[in-house]
Design a binder for this molecule. Structure first.
Ligand SMILES: [Zn+2]
Length: 67
């Protein structure tokens, strides 16, 4: 699973597809949402987006473990 963190409220939104644009918790527009990112990176796929921009469960676990 991949997540996109909301810069407004810190909620981790699960990235299930290409259409995650608004935070599921506070409804603010997410920075680095896929459609904006795709505009800047038209040659890249959603898999690359997930790898480069989103955070994974493992990374979240690490973050929690370190704090
Ligand atoms: Zn939010």
């Amino acid at each position: 699973m991949h997540f996109l963190k909301c810069n407004n409220c810190g909620h981790l939104n699960e990235v299930k597809g290409e259409y995650l644009v608004f935070c599921q918790k506070c409804n603010k527009k997410l920075e680095n949402n896929y459609s904006d990112w795709k505009t800047r990176n038209p040659d890249k796929s959603i898999e690359e987006y997930k790898r480069l921009v989103c955070i994974t469960e493992d990374e979240i676990r690490k973050e929690v473990g370190n704090s």
